[in-house]
Design a protein around this ligand. Structure first.
Ligand SMILES: NC(=O)c1ccc[n+]([C@@H]2O[C@H](COP(=O)([O-])OP(=O)(O)OC[C@H]3O[C@@H](n4cnc5c(N)ncnc54)[C@H](OP(=O)(O)O)[C@@H]3O)[C@@H](O)[C@H]2O)c1
Length: 284
């Protein structure tokens, strides 16, 4: 008998991640879920629950094409929801950044989503479905030491906003997720320590480390984030932007109503850069 459930494919579903929590939530709501990850073996627990699993590296053309061909075969060429969730982070001052790391970051966070839409887009059109892009609040406000990560997410948002206009004639909705801190492997492993040797920002790193780890401690449980996000995505008319995660509403307010100059002052004080300015003044 043909499977009549609505279908959803999610990228980056390793245990301990947002993707994994999304899989469980969509599955619980009765959708047919295609859970994907670079390493198929990490999806064993999901496969044991009867969930379809596929290997998929969003930074690799062949891998994305092979996954698209398999989903086309399994669903008869329709996909109701595509969630571009896979991503990575990078924390470093601009002066200390390794540009090849930044390129790898963009390959996953931005070009990966582009590649997915190129290969899966016609299946989403066939279902008059939805494309969901997991961005970050870091893409909406100045965030020192997260500039490359924030830039990749700001680019994803901008691309998503244009994609929404291109997809509207086909009845496809596009949702940008402005996600705040959520407790996942990414957050648990996000330590900046004392920074790169010889950094001009060495005196600031203890503050950066503290702000990062305090943010991690307050991060929203992934299941809570997934429940709210899936509810928003499954609405007949989904929001164009959905803000969720610790402090996401506050960042929405700041990025919507507070002038850029004031935002810069807040950011500078939060990350200890105003103190660095004072130190440098004293030395001069
Ligand atoms: N957690 C937060 O506080 C937070 C806040 C804002 C936005 N986000 C965004 O939410 C998304 C999920 O993050 P998370 O917190 O769940 O991080 P995570 O625990 O590190 O999980 C990231 C997932 O993306 C996968 N991935 C990375 N590069 C990939 C690639 N080239 N192809 C396919 N999969 C790839 C990882 O696979 P491997 O296991 O193979 O590395 C993993 O499954 C990311 O886009 C992140 O930027 C997270």
């Amino acid at each position: 008998m043909a499977d009549t459930r609505k279908s959803v494919l999610i990228t980056g579903c390793t245990p301990g991640s947002i993707g994994h929590a999304l899989v469980l939530e969509f599955h619980q709501r009765g959708l047919r879920v295609f859970a994907t990850a670079r390493r198929l073996e990490v999806l064993d627990d999901l496969r044991a629950k009867g969930i379809d699993t596929l290997a998929l590296d969003v930074a690799n053309d062949e891998s994305v094409r092979a996954a698209a061909a398999r989903v086309r075969e399994l669903t008869g060429g329709k996909l109701d929801i595509l969630v571009n969730n896979a991503g990575r982070t990078y924390t470093n001052p601009v002066l200390d950044a390794d540009v090849s790391e930044v390129e790898a970051l963009f390959a996953a966070n931005l070009f990966g989503a582009m590649r997915m839409v190129k290969e899966f887009g016609t299946m989403v059109i066939a279902a008059k479905g939805k494309i969901v892009n997991n961005g970050s609040i870091a893409g909406t406000i100045p965030m020192p030491f997260r500039s490359a990560y924030g830039a990749s997410k700001a680019a994803l948002f901008s691309w998503g906003d244009s994609l929404r206009v291109e997809m509207a004639p086909f009845g496809v909705q596009v949702v940008n997720l402005a996600t705040g801190p959520v407790l996942t492997t990414m957050v648990v492993n996000d330590h900046v320590g004392s920074g790169p040797p010889g950094s001009l920002y060495a005196s600031v790193f203890p503050t950066v480390d503290k702000v990062t780890s305090d943010g991690g401690k307050r991060a929203m449980p992934a299941s809570q984030w997934a429940k709210a996000t899936v509810s928003a995505v499954l609405k007949t008319n989904s929001p164009r932007w959905f803000w969720k995660g610790t402090g996401a509403s506050i960042v929405w307010f700041l990025s919507t109503f507070i002038p850029r100059g004031l935002m810069q002052t807040i950011s500078s004080s939060m990350w200890g850069l105003n103190k660095l300015a004072q130190e440098l003044k004293k030395k001069a």
